[in-house]
Write a protein that binds this ligand. Structure first.
Ligand SMILES: [Zn+2]
Length: 74
């Protein structure tokens, strides 16, 4: 597990938006990047995105994998 900086999280959020990622529960595109990231076996980076929309009383989480080669400074 590695912790992402604010800049890295902003970069992930931008990449997720550019990839057209939306909340699986409500369809919102305003997803926030979690604080931790994990390397995948093929050298990508897996993070989680959460949706703060009020329709999810406990929040909604989903995984997002950055392809290998997407450099966010880790
Ligand atoms: Zn949502």
């Amino acid at each position: 597990m590695r912790r992402l900086t604010d800049d890295q999280r902003a970069r992930v959020e931008k990449l997720a938006r550019e990839a057209g990622t939306t909340c699986e529960g409500c369809g919102s595109a305003q997803l926030r990047c979690g604080e931790e990231a994990r390397r995948t076996h093929d050298r990508g980076l897996m993070v989680y995105l959460w949706c703060a929309n009020d329709v999810h009383p406990r929040g909604a989480y989903q995984y997002f994998t950055l392809p290998a080669g997407e450099v966010i400074g880790t």
